[in-house]
Design a protein around this ligand. Structure first.
Ligand SMILES: C[S@@+](CC[C@H](N)C(=O)[O-])C[C@H]1O[C@@H](n2cnc3c(N)ncnc32)[C@H](O)[C@@H]1O
Length: 247
């Protein structure tokens, strides 16, 4: 399993977190809220198993490991470079596994020995169109124990254009607009010789992702159809939303 040297990984992770704050207003508040939700839902579970879907370089897994040190956390992502940064920068936080959520059967690659108590995701599932999300939610439902929860934090949209525009304006007003952007971060990675091999692997594997702007109501509908009994928003700032579903 590939990993980046810890000091170098931590440097790139710090820069990643700043870059993501350009798109996610008060990202640490979002992480802290996910932590509170998961900790409360699992308050009676001594050694919970928690999945992080689209974990990237492990920012949320690491914060959850800090909040729930007894938890076993499994992060899954399709990007070999971001996973190698996660393993190097957060070696004790989680087990980081490469799998494409868009390919049915991804959960078999996670090496799980039991059903998970919770799954979480942040700024990741917008890459998936509704038909793929439907499959992902169905497969996820099969991996969560009854009463387990799924927490999806993302910029989730309203179907009404004026409301969506106002919500986006609220988010933008408190996001770190002057931080480095996504393109600049990846261009800087391309200048780093120690990451060249991982970048080539990534480029051979992945196309360019897009935001499918799936409305929050569609997420809720797909989750209910996949077998989740309750679905609702527990936190929202503009269109930055934390949606929780109960298995
Ligand atoms: C914007 S990043 C967010 C990463 C991390 N959750 C964070 O907040 O720092 C989106 C992540 O979703 C992952 N992703 C996109 N499509 C995916 C797929 N089909 N399967 C697994 N991961 C995927 C990307 O590789 C990337 O790591």
């Amino acid at each position: 399993m590939k990993s980046v040297e810890p000091r170098l990984a931590r440097e790139w992770l710090r820069r990643w977190d700043a870059q993501q704050e350009r798109y996610v207003a008060d990202r640490e508040a979002r992480f802290a809220t996910i932590g509170r939700v998961v900790a409360h839902a699992l308050r009676d579970v001594a050694d919970p198993l928690i999945l992080d879907l689209g974990c990237g370089p492990g920012s949320l897994s690491a914060r959850m490991a800090g909040r729930l040190p007894a938890a076993e956390i499994v992060g899954v992502d399709v990007d070999p470079l971001l996973l190698a940064l996660a393993r190097g920068g957060h070696p004790d936080a989680a087990r980081f596994v490469e799998a494409d959520l868009g390919v049915p059967g991804w959960s078999a690659l996670l090496g799980l020995s039991r059903k998970a108590d919770a799954a979480m995701s942040t700024t990741a599932l917008h890459y998936l169109p509704p038909d793929v999300l439907a499959q992902v939610y169905l497969e996820l439902a099969g991996q969560l124990r009854p009463g387990g929860i799924f927490v999806n934090a993302d910029n989730l949209y309203d179907e009404q254009p004026t409301i969506a525009d106002l919500a986006a304006a609220v988010r933008r007003s408190s996001a770190a607009q002057h931080n480095e952007d996504w393109g600049s971060w990846w261009r800087a990675v391309a200048e780093e010789p120690a990451l060249a091999e991982l970048l080539a692997e990534r480029e051979a594997l992945l196309g360019h992702g897009a935001d499918h702007r799936v409305p929050v109501s569609v997420h809720a509908d797909l989750l209910r159809r996949a077998g989740f009994s309750e679905v609702g928003t527990v936190w929202q700032v503009g269109d930055d939303t934390i949606l929780v579903a109960v298995r």
